[in-house]
Ligand binder design. Structure first.
Ligand SMILES: O=C(O)CCC(=O)C(=O)O
Ligand SMILES: [Fe+2]
Length: 522
């Protein structure tokens, strides 16, 4: 599960470096061996040539006789030992040994990275050709993808049953192949996947066309021959149906042309979420016109009188605040270094069973840090008290999160809903009353925290923190605090969460006598 965070990719890059060195060493040894053999051959040839010119004279000479025999005994043993030298075995053994202590990505990682790319493609509406050119939203970052790279992306999508992206990437592979001097993949392979995904998406005439193209290359391709027959009969049926006026045209499974990631988001929420991620939706002016920025010192802490918090209101009702410069670079470095070796793939609580499990809708790595472990962690927690006026006695430990390629967290609530099994029960401190979300990095592109119901996007800025109450003062969950972490498009995103619980806040945030409107609770 390397694709879940960028930190691990650095280790993979190191592995690649070791493999390059190993291969170079092997090639060097093999070249030296071949050069030596070449030298023997040259020597043998020149002597042999000489002998062949006048065989009788040559063998009659005792020195020549001696040399000839020596060449095929002592010298030949050297040649044989060179031939026996098994450099391949040695190299392969070395590489196997590396598997013990170097990080190698798995096929699951490859699939994860491919899914992440296609997710970015959808969320940020990236067109396939630009992506293949190494461009992300018009910014050229990486090297280009070859036809075979595009083909592999298509194949991964195909294996996931995602025919929409199979078609996109196989089409791109085909057009790239047409421009390649040294072709990196066989056209017939592309055509086979392209035809089948096209068929699955319901375009039988095009699938037949593509299959015919494949048959031009390999007239006896067994699967293509079968498919051609199948498509032709499907089309014949269709034409019959048309004549009969049957509108249900094709006798083929027509799958939806857009992939379905998770069933938890209703389509309008997904649309808003993605629009916010792309920065296409702005918070309504009725809200933004009421927002203020100010200096703040709730606890009248003498230190804070000198350096009060810089607060920016991001939303009103529910109130969402941005605190500027509340985590220092030194603290961020400490926290990152402590988290790195403990990172685990982030889990989510199964809503029905209460079990923790990994899920496609939350892809990141996270670790928990205790206050007692380092003064920097303790200072950050103390700051949370000053910022919020709440106690952190009952809060969870600091959760550090790193998002890698396409890492994201789809819309969710931080609090536990009434019908959730076991949520936070073992903690015995009540529900998550408030969230403080520290941004520990800037993000080159993507990675906003968005609140779809509020049409609000918070863009990560290193050292700032967002703060909001998840619960109404009645203790009911606030439906409008639903939020998400958009996929990271470029760069690496680091955040940490301090989740503050209900218990102990009785006098700090008194309960309201007025219950909230039912439509705002969940
Ligand atoms: O990373 C973000 O922007 C939000 C993270 C979040 O919502 C969470 O971890 O609960
Ligand atoms: Fe959250």
């Amino acid at each position: 599960e390397l694709y879940t965070a960028l930190v691990d990719l650095k280790e993979v890059l190191y592995t690649e470096g070791v493999l390059i060195k190993t291969l170079e060493t092997y090639i060097h040894a093999e070249t030296t061996k071949l050069k030596l053999l070449q030298r023997y051959v040259d020597l043998y040839k020149s002597q042999h040539q000489l002998a062949s010119e006048d065989v009788d004279t040559y063998v009659a000479n005792p020195i020549n006789a001696y040399l000839l025999i020596k060449r095929l005994t002592a010298d030949w043993r050297q040649v044989e030992s060179l031939l026996h030298m098994n450099l391949v075995q040695e190299t392969v053994a070395n590489i196997s040994a590396y598997k013990e202590y170097l990080k190698f990505p798995t096929d699951e990682d490859l699939n994860g990275a491919a899914v992440a790319l296609t997710r970015l493609q959808d969320t940020y509406k990236l067109d396939t050709s630009s992506l293949a050119r190494g461009e992300l939203n018009g910014v050229k970052y990486s090297s280009e993808l070859s036809a075979t790279d595009c083909f592999e992306l298509g194949r991964q999508s195909y294996n996931n049953g995602d025919f929409y992206h199979t078609q996109l990437w196989m089409t791109e592979a085909d057009s790239r192949l047409g421009r390649e001097k040294n072709e990196t993949i066989d056209k017939s392979e592309i055509l086979e996947y392209l035809a089948f995904s096209t068929f699955k998406l319901g375009d039988v005439p095009l699938a037949l066309d593509l299959t015919n193209k494949l048959l031009e290359i390999y007239p006896n391709h067994p699967r293509a021959v079968n498919n051609k027959n199948y498509y032709e009969s499907a089309l014949a049926k269709t034409q019959g149906a048309h004549k009969k006026g049957d509108d249900n045209a094709y006798d083929v499974p027509i799958v939806s042309d857009m992939p379905v990631y998770s069933d938890s988001l209703d389509p309008p929420e997904r649309t808003l979420y993605e629009q916010l991620c792309r920065g296409e939706v702005k918070t309504p002016v009725e809200i933004t016109s009421k927002l203020k920025c100010y200096y703040y010192n709730k606890n009248r802490d003498p230190f804070l009188l000198l350096a009060p918090f810089k607060v920016e209101e991001a939303y009103k009702d529910p109130d969402i605040f941005i605190f500027h410069d509340v985590m220092y670079d030194e603290e961020i470095e400490t926290i990152k270094n402590m988290a790195r070796p403990r990172f685990k793939r982030a889990t989510v609580q199964n809503y029905k069973t209460g079990e923790l499990e990994t899920a496609q809708y939350r892809i990141s790595k996270s670790a928990w840090l205790k206050e007692i472990e380092h003064k920097h962690v303790a200072n950050v927690c103390k700051r949370v008290v000053d910022m919020t006026g709440l106690t952190v006695e009952t809060a969870e430990e600091l959760q550090v999160v790193n998002y890698g390629i396409g890492g994201h967290y789809e819309p969710h609530f931080d609090f536990a809903r009434r019908d959730e099994v076991n949520a936070f029960k073992s903690l015995g401190t009540g529900n998550r009353i408030a969230t403080v979300l520290f941004y520990m990095s800037d993000v080159a592109q993507g990675g906003a925290t968005v609140f779809p119901h509020l049409k609000l996007a918070l863009w990560p800025k290193k050292g700032t923190a967002a703060f909001w109450y998840n619960l109404h003062s009645s203790g009911d969950g606030h439906i409008l605090t639903r939020h998400a972490a958009c996929p990271v498009l470029a760069g690496s995103k680091w955040v940490s969460n301090k989740w503050i619980h209900e218990m102990g806040q009785e006098f700090r945030r008194p309960c309201d006598l007025q219950p909230p409107p039912p439509e705002l609770t969940i």
